[in-house]
Every structure is written in structure tokens, then in C-alpha cells.
Design a protein. Structure first.
Length: 63
């Protein structure tokens, strides 16, 4: 199993800011965290990669 933290998700999304990544992972439809540790949330990499493959935000999606 591949586990991802927010920094790894940021990298997968093209190096976006931590603030932008926090907004994206909080959106309805984004996979929920696998577990929340003291260091932060951890996601299942397979679920995150699948979400990115179908929902990757582009410049037009900026809030």
C-alpha cells in the first residue's frame, strides 16, 4: 500500500501550495484520509492517484 501525506499530494498535483492542497483535499469527492496521525492526515495513494486521474484541477478551477 502506498501512503501519502499532504506534501506528496502537493507534488502529484504539480507542486501547488500547501494552502491550495488543503483546499483540494477538503473538497467533497476527494478521498478521505486513511488515518489521521499527530503529524497529520495520511491518504491511500491508489485512491488519490485515481482521483487525480479523473479530477486533476487546472488553472480554470482556481478558487
Amino acid at each position: 500500500m502506498e501512503l501519502l501525506g499532504l506534501d506528496e499530494i502537493r507534488d502529484l498535483l504539480g507542486g501547488i501550495s500547501k494552502q491550495r492542497a488543503t483546499i483540494i483535499v477538503g473538497r467533497k469527492g476527494f478521498p478521505g484520509p486513511f488515518v489521521t496521525l499527530k503529524m497529520g492526515r495520511v491518504w491511500d495513494g491508489k485512491a488519490v492517484r485515481a482521483w487525480i486521474a479523473t479530477n486533476r484541477p487546472g488553472p480554470a478551477d482556481e478558487d
